[in-house]
Structures are given as structure tokens and as C-alpha cells.
Design a protein around this ligand. Structure first.
Ligand SMILES: [Zn+2]
Length: 497
């Protein structure tokens, strides 16, 4: 571990705080995972890549990290509310499949995309359907504590009761009166007592595809409940970091905190970490605006907004160029610039692997000091709330020296052997281990994995008789030099042309 202190921005206190884990040397981190009912879009990828950076840096510092990221496979209703259809069930009906077939398909695809972006798998990836018993137990505890009530087979959290003794809007920095004023009035049909009350357990209609027996009849858990149940189970009543996208703060995380305090008397996490959005040409990425594209469209360039395809590492690098708390705006120009920058740093990593210290001339004290300073900068910037753009600047400074030193007509100064070793160790540690970047120009390995994913997605389009998409993928790949080999058995192979 380094001697420098790590500072983390805590959404709960709205300040940057020194990171002190509850158990020295150990970190418990919970991140809200995907709802597996459709393809993961790039905005979600950014969230998980941001937490991958945090996870990787904590590991690099020597912490033993238990990283829990859930899979939501039931209970997430349309519009993130307590009414409407379950997202997974709706898709299952639409595709005439079992809900668990939908879950399996999109979970497998999600894992593949995460692997292509070189994110490390979490330590535990629990599912909502795998923890129904724990969720029912939690509802019982909250009922016993007097913070919930049952109405006709559903159980609701009593926000106004909770607010008598606790600050419900704490995470969002909102007063209860403001929240009440901004919520629609209850209609005659509503079972809820208060406007802000939310469902812990929802009575299922007979036709609802996923339902379980409970003390309150057949039903299913409310969306917020699973994260409280699973974080409690795997990380305890209190743990270090709870993360997710910023859009989860106002409702999902606010309700999670209320549930945990109601059942265990404690705010579950010490540090609440939220990642910002990905925008496209200044606009929020959204299907209705037509500016939302999927990872494979980015790789193949098959989207009206894309000038060409970009590799997963270029995209990952592009995300690292902004702090996780800032919005990232996607444009062809911005990602073109990221591509050039990524290639420059990757080239230096390759040169460094082959570089031997030449020990020509005397030690240039000034240069030696400067190189040590750049190595310090890598840590200082990551210790400042995981500031990856600043880390890239430090790597860029080291890269300049590497290039100059590797050149035959070099004009860089000689440095001490310890400094040279430190430079090599630091550059490799930050480029590969912390920022999670890989070198991409070797054939086989990564390229093949990526091509196999694209082939699979194209085969699916063909199975769904979506020939327009399947042709687009084929033509798009051809333009960037990849030929798919179609056969009667389908497509399984590709070559470079
Ligand atoms: Zn969650």
C-alpha cells in the first residue's frame, strides 16, 4: 500500500473524504448491476467500466476487496415504479420465451460485453430471484419494526412514519416537504397511505409470470428490496462503498438506505459513489431520440451517427479521459482524438517492454527527479477521487521520455537504475492493471473474441429474420477489412481481407 491517502467523493456528505475502510486492509463494495431484459447499452457500460477502475485501483493498493454486483432478474417494473409490467416478464411475453430464458440470454451477453471491455468480474454476482427468501425476511423485519404496512397482499414502506425519526431525503439533499410537493397526489385506486411510500412486496395478478409464495400471498419483491437483502447478506449491515449510476440516487438508493436503516438501524454504506451519464453530441443517450447505440454497433460502425467502428480499448480509453463524476460527451471527433492518444500510450508500452537501460553518460539529476515526479503523479491523481484523466496526463509525460529514450537520436537525460525500474513498474501498473487497458493490434486473442460476439449477434439477427441488420453487419465488417465466412451451418468463422 502507498503512504499517500486516498480521497473519495461521498454523495451522502457531498464532500471528498479520506477513505478509511471499516476493517483495515479490506473493502466491501456493492454496485447496482443491470436489469437483464435487453442489450446493455453504452451508458450502462460506462457505469460498470468506472467501477472497474475503482475496483482495480483498490486491488492495486493492496486491499482485499469483496465486490458484489447484482443481476436484477425480477421485480424491476417499467418506469422504475410500483406499477406497470415487470421488464423481464414483458420481454418474455413479447419473445414467447420463459422469463428465465430472457434472463439467461441477456446475462450471457452482458458478461461477454464486460469481458470485451476488459472489466474484471465481481467477487459475487447474486440474482434477485436467487434471494427471494432473504427478501421476504427483510420485509418481515421492516414490518416488525413498524416502518411498513400490508394492504391486500402488498407491503409498502411507510415513508412519513420513517421521516418522523430519520432524514429520508438525506442522500439527495432534499427536504421531505419538497419531495412531497413534487410527487403526484394519490388516486382513489391507490393502496398507499402516503405519496412517497414504495412497495417492498407486490401482490401478483394471476397472469404475472414470476411470483412466489409469501406470508402475504403470491407476489414478488419491490425493485429496491433486492439490493438491501443482498448487500446485507454478503457485505453485512455496514460496508464501505455503495455505487451505481447517478440516476439511481433520488429513488433507488434513497429507498435502499431507508430499508436498511429500518431493518438494521444503520446506513448500509459509508461512501456512496455515483457515476455520471454518457451523452451523444450533447444530448442524453436515449432510444426515442435515436442516438442510442449498442456496443457491437460501436465496434462495427453500423450506426448513422458513427463515422467508423471503434475498438473496445479505444472506447474504454475514451471513458478514462473524463472523471467518472463528469458527463462524457460522445462525438466522432472526441473519440477520434481518444484513438490517437490511446495508440500513442500503447506504442510506448510496447517500446518500454523492449527497452533496456543504456547507461550512457552521467545521471541527469533534473530528469531523474522529473521522472520520479511523474510516477508520483500517477498515484496522486488516482488518490484524488480516482482522477483518471490526470493519470493519463502523467502517463503521457512518461511516454514522452520513453519515446525519446528509445529513439536512436535521443536527447533525453540518463536516469538512475532504480528510477528506470520504477518508471517501468509504474507505467505498466497504471496502463494495464489500473486503467485496465490492453494492447490490441495482435491477431487472435481479443480480436477473435470480439469477432465471435459480432458473429453471434448477426446470427441472432438472421434467426429473427432481420436480414437488414445482418447484411449491414456483414458489409460494415467488410469495409473495415473483415470477411465473414457464411455456410449452411451458419457463420462461425472470419478472415481478414
Ligand atoms: Zn440497487
Amino acid at each position: 500500500m502507498t503512504e499517500q491517502k486516498l480521497f473519495v467523493y461521498n454523495s451522502l456528505t457531498r464532500t471528498k473524504e479520506e477513505f478509511i475502510p471499516l476493517n483495515p486492509g479490506h473493502v466491501g463494495m456493492y454496485v447496482c448491476g443491470p436489469t437483464v431484459y435487453s442489450d446493455v447499452h453504452l451508458g450502462n457500460c460506462r457505469t460498470f467500466i468506472s467501477f472497474d477502475l475503482i475496483y482495480r485501483y483498490l486491488l492495486h493498493l493492496g486491499y482485499k476487496v469483496r465486490y458484489v454486483r447484482n443481476i436484477t432478474d425480477a421485480g424491476h417494473l417499467e418506469g422504475d415504479s410500483d406499477e406497470g409490467e415487470d421488464k423481464v416478464s414483458k420481454k418474455a411475453k413479447l419473445e414467447q420465451l420463459e422469463p428465465m430464458e430472457i434472463v439467461q440470454k441477456y446475462t450471457v451477453d452482458f458478461h461477454k460485453v464486460m469481458e470485451i471491455f476488459n472489466t474484471l468480474p465481481p467477487s459475487i454476482e447474486p440474482t434477485a430471484t436467487g434471494h427471494i427468501i432473504e427478501q421476504i425476511e427483510l420485509v418481515k423485519t421492516i414490518l416488525d419494526a413498524g416502518f411498513a404496512y400490508e394492504v391486500g397482499g402488498s407491503v409498502y414502506f411507510d415513508v412519513e412514519k420513517y421521516s418522523e425519526t430519520h432524514d429520508y431525503g438525506e442522500l439527495n439533499g432534499r427536504k421531505l416537504e419538497d419531495l412531497l410537493n413534487n410527487t403526484r397526489t394519490l388516486g382513489g385506486q391507490d393502496e398507499k397511505r402516503g405519496k412517497l411510500d414504495f412497495a417492498l412486496w407486490i401482490k401478483a395478478k394471476p397472469e404475472h409470470l414470476m411470483q412466489w409464495p409469501s406470508p402475504w400471498g403470491m407476489g414478488f419483491p419491490g425493485w429496491h428490496l433486492e439490493c438491501s437483502a443482498m448487500s446485507n447478506k454478503y457485505l453485512g449491515h455496514q460496508f464501505d462503498i455503495h455505487g451505481g449510476g447517478m440516476d439511481l440516487m433520488a429513488t433507488h438508493h434513497t429507498n435502499e438506505i431507508a430499508q436498511n436503516i429500518a431493518c438494521c438501524g444503520k446506513t448500509p454504506a459509508h461512501y456512496w459513489v455515483h457515476t455520471n451519464m454518457l451523452t451523444v453530441n450533447g444530448q442524453k443517450m436515449s432510444k426515442s431520440v435515436g442516438n442510442s447505440f449498442l456496443p457491437y454497433q460501436l465496434f462495427t460502425g453500423e450506426h448513422a451517427l458513427l463515422r467508423k467502428g471503434y475498438s473496445p480499448m479505444v472506447m474504454r480509453f475514451f471513458f478514462m479521459q473524463a472523471s467518472y463524476r463528469s458527463t462524457v460527451d460522445f462525438s466522432n471527433e472526441a473519440i477520434d482524438a481518444a484513438e490517437i492518444f490511446y495508440k500513442k500510450l500503447a506504442e510506448s508500452a510496447k517500446k518500454l517492454a523492449a527497452l533496456q537501460q543504456q547507461k550512457i553518460g552521467n545521471i541527469d539529476e533534473e530528469t531523474d527527479k522529473t521522472i520520479n515526479g511523474f510516477c508520483d503523479d500517477c498515484y496522486a491523481s488516482m488518490n484524488d477521487n480516482f482522477n483518471s484523466p490526470k493519470t493519463l496526463e502523467a502517463l503521457n509525460n512518461l511516454s514522452k521520455w520513453i519515446n525519446s529514450y528509445a529513439a536512436t537520436t535521443r536527447n533525453s537525460g540518463e536516469i538512475r537504475t532504480e528510477t528506470f525500474d520504477r518508471l517501468r513498474k509504474t507505467y505498466n501498473a497504471f496502463f494495464f492493471d489500473v486503467l485496465g487497458l490492453k494492447l490490441e493490434d495482435t491477431e487472435g486473442g481479443d480480436t477473435d473474441e470480439l469477432m465471435q460476439l459480432i458473429i453471434k449477434l448477426r446470427n441472432e439477427a438472421k434467426t429473427n429474420k432481420d436480414y437488414a441488420t445482418s447484411d449491414k453487419i456483414r458489409e460494415g465488417l467488410k469495409q473495415i477489412g473483415f470477411q465473414l465466412n457464411d455456410s449452411k451451418q451458419g457463420t462461425t468463422d472470419w478472415i481478414r481481407i
